[in-house]
Design a protein around this ligand. Sequence first.
Ligand code: ZN
Length: 244
Amino acid sequence: MLLSYGYYGRMGYGMGMFFDPTMIFVLIGLVLSLMASGMVKSTFAKYSRVRSMSGLTGAQAAERILHRAGIYDVSIARVSGHLTDHYDPRTKTLRLSEATYGAASVAAVGVAAHECGHAIQHQQRYAPLVLRSTLVPAANLGSSLAWPIFLIGLIASLPALTTAGILLFGLAVLFQLVTLPVEINASRRAVGLLESTGVLGHTENKGVKKVLTAAALTYVASLAASILQLVRLLVLAGGRRSND
Ligand SMILES: [Zn+2]
């Protein structure tokens, strides 16, 4: 994936249930995430207006990079939406959004190369990616059950349940922690691949670095937001314990 959409949909569960001073942790995380996604959108828009010198589109650049890496079994497809680009390891498909697939811009080839980076990680069984895939079920379980179990524990004064809720939430945080090196590595590969395949020149790569750094920051922001939520759970649990 190019950028993190965060876990606010699921991990923010119960956000509205407690309007206590610890809400500040949630709000700081929300602001960080919004700032990061605003930055990636504006950087992408800026470099979408810069035409790549080779004139290759995102899809053409992806094909060239994959072939150079000896990968011929990954298909390249279009996907609807804005900044929805991703690599699907199950079907070995690189899905590029409209603004990436057919556009010959510095931003488009940068994003396409990033997704190629994931395809190459998959082919090489890059350890952090393997670990990340292994953690998916646990992270999903953690993010959907953490809040309900934590709240039941808090309301019923059952410390074992609040602790279980915190541990479940920790699984989701761990997933985001493991995601970070996977994303940074994909972007680093992208920059190298664009230069070695001649898709972009050295000066154009500066624009790609800016787009991909902004995208990486959304993952940092998501991780920070989840850690802040974890801290909130610990504070809530600790406060309840000292009140008992
Ligand atoms: Zn990615």
